[in-house]
Design a protein around this ligand. Structure first.
Ligand SMILES: CC(=O)N[C@H]1[C@@H](OP(=O)(O)OP(=O)(O)OC[C@H]2O[C@@H](n3ccc(=O)[nH]c3=O)[C@H](O)[C@@H]2O)O[C@H](CO)[C@@H](O)[C@@H]1O[C@H](C)C(=O)N[C@@H](C)C(=O)N[C@H](CCC(=O)O)C(=O)O
Length: 515
């Protein structure tokens, strides 16, 4: 049985290390005395300090972490690492202070020192790209489990330590949290870990201090242009993962043209894969069988290596993700034959992906899928997969994130209109934006589509939107609710209200008499 516990995980039996040794080993500028100071943990949030912590005060977009040093000290922090400005801000806390130029850049190595993460490290797999990171990581974890290893996972949806499930806040946690998680995994005997690595994680040093055995690039498409000036900058944010200081080998999907650019710029040995027939790659994924439950595919690689298998997931993009996961394992030294046997054993891989084109409906009535996709490219893939197995109409329900990349909204609306028979535009996480104006932009985008749905509705809030969709649906129709996926909250003006699209969809089906 898995259980859910709060997200900030620390090792249960942390080792204690003297501050004086840290100062000596890194030749740090210490102000105050290190005498008798012992470090057992590290954090960058005053609200998460535990006694014995090294508190790292870094400048954020809203505040300087060092201004919370007094709170951190009261909670048991024994020293602070910060910059010159932070040293002044934290003077009243009376903590021994280490001054570095850029505390964020120091965080990964400091966290590795505190938790000795690289000692006796498990195999670490890292996946980056716009779409498919979570699915690839879950599939990797599923295969590794079937190969008999105790596994760990860090994803947008959840974090896993063996059989323990923990909710996740960011796709890739901050470096101090990431290293604590890896230390906790080591205590639990984890021997292989699948980590999702966002572009933001690379930009903000969240995976510093970790050496990946195999990394992978899935694809790149329009997203996150609020954090990056343009696609080129977003692309360049991914490249540090393909650096010898960080990773040993890589697998690159050529399914988007950006893959070839990764190959060109990679500084580690990489192999290539594609699920597109027109693309020339070392490994090829070819769909051989598709149903509304499973996708079967043939994977062929260098030296005549071949594997025929299937995954309990729908759409060619899921076969592409599975192929990528398998080649990552081959690159890590696993035999393709053993992977094939593991995949087939026990009725096939149990790659349960929460909220990834997850069917939440029963046997009667319309099929309802909840998906996490929130980019035009993700919409296109999931809509195509759902349409393929729908005898009736395809109804799409979606909204867009507030305070996140607004430049993709027109294209989201257009792609959704292009692929659906009925479109229901609603809200997602408005955050501090006006949901009415977000919906207006999505509607403008929908109007740009060449193919227009039979009906386009604007319904707010989302619980009313899914009910409107279910009420319009008939037996044989499919409803795709894209955006919320596995999430269990909505962010409205900075307040996270408990909310589950999966539960709302099931309730709507029940109320309509389908369940
Ligand atoms: C835009 C962004 O990435 N912001 C990150 C940033 O927040 P910030 O600069 O606003 O921080 P701040 O509030 O000014 O605080 C500064 C410092 O004071 C500390 N603090 C703050 C308040 C307090 O009471 N005590 C305290 O110690 C904070 O921990 C922080 O270290 O530093 C925070 C703590 O380190 C991060 O949690 C926060 O990520 C936020 C939550 C976020 O949503 N990030 C998104 C954009 C993100 O990273 N997304 C990717 C997307 C992946 C994908 O789509 O696949 C991800 O990996 O999740």
């Amino acid at each position: 049985m898995s259980s859910r516990i709060p997200p900030v995980l620390r090792p249960e039996h942390p080792a204690s290390r003297p501050l004086s040794r840290l100062v000596d080993e890194f030749d740090l500028d210490l102000r105050g005395s290190a005498d008798g100071v012992e470090i057992t943990g590290i954090t960058l949030s005053s609200t998460e300090v535990r006694p014995g912590d090294l508190y790292v005060g870094l400048r954020g977009a809203k505040a300087h972490g060092a201004s919370y040093a007094t709170d951190a000290a009261a909670a048991g922090a024994v020293a602070i690492v910060t910059d010159e400005e932070g040293a002044e801000l934290s003077a009243d806390a009376g903590l021994p202070t280490i001054v570095v130029e850029n505390p964020r850049e120091a965080l990964g190595e400091l966290s590795n020192w505190v938790y000795r993460t690289r000692e006796d490290s498990p195999l670490i797999f890292g996946t980056t790209g716009t779409n498919g990171k979570t699915s690839t990581s879950y599939i990797l974890e599923g295969i590794l489990k079937q190969l008999g290893l105790v596994t760990g996972l860090s994803s947008t949806a959840e974090r896993h330590i063996g059989d323990l499930t923990v909710v996740s806040r960011l796709t890739t946690p901050e470096a101090s949290e990431m290293h604590a998680l890896l230390a906790r995994m080591r205590e639990a005997g984890v021997r292989a870990v699948a980590l999702e690595v966002s572009a933001q994680a690379l930009t903000w040093n969240r995976v510093d201090g970790i050496v990946f055995d195999v990394v992978a690039f899935t694809n790149l498409s329009h997203d996150h242009l609020d954090d990056y000036a343009d696609m080129e900058e977003y692309f360049r944010a991914k490249l540090p993962l393909f650096d010898p200081d960080r990773a040993k080998r890589g697998v690159v999907s050529l399914d988007t043209a950006w893959g070839a650019r990764v190959v060109e710029e990679s500084r580690i040995p990489v192999t290539t894969i594609s699920a597109l027939p027109e693309v020339d790659a070392e490994w090829r994924v070819e769909i051989i069988e598709e149903s509304a439950e499973r996708t079967g595919f043939r994977l062929t690689g260098p030296e005549g290596r071949t594997l025929e298998t299937s995954v309990p997931l729908i759409g060619w993009h899921m076969a592409a993700n599975a192929g990528l996961a398998i080649v990552m394992l081959v690159e890590a030294g696993f035999e393709l034959e053993a992977i094939g046997q593991a995949l087939d054993a026990d009725g096939g891989i149990r790659a349960y992906l929460p909220g990834r084109t997850e069917r939440v409906s029963g046997d009667r009535g319309p099929s309802v899928y909840v998906d996490f996709g929130h980019s035009p490219d993700a919409f296109e893939n999931t809509l195509a997969a759902v349409r393929k197995f729908t005898t009736g109409r395809t109804i799409m329900v979606f909204g867009a994130d507030g305070d996140r990349d607004a430049t993709k909204r027109h294209e989201m609306g257009r792609v959704a209109a292009e692929g659906s028979d009925i479109l229901v535009i609603t809200d997602h996480h408005p955050r501090f934006e006006d949901p009415t104006s977000i919906r207006a932009t999505l509607l403008e985008g929908a109007a740009l589509a060449e193919h227009q749905p039979e009906q386009t509705l604007e319904v707010s809030p989302p619980e009313a939107a899914i009910r409107a969709a279910v009420n319009l649906a008939e037996e044989g129709d499919s409803i795709l609710w894209a955006g919320p996926g596995h999430q269990d909250y909505r962010d409205i003006r900075g307040v996270r209200t408990e909310y589950s699209a999966r539960d709302e969809a099931r309730a709507a089906l029940r109320e309509a008499g389908w369940e």
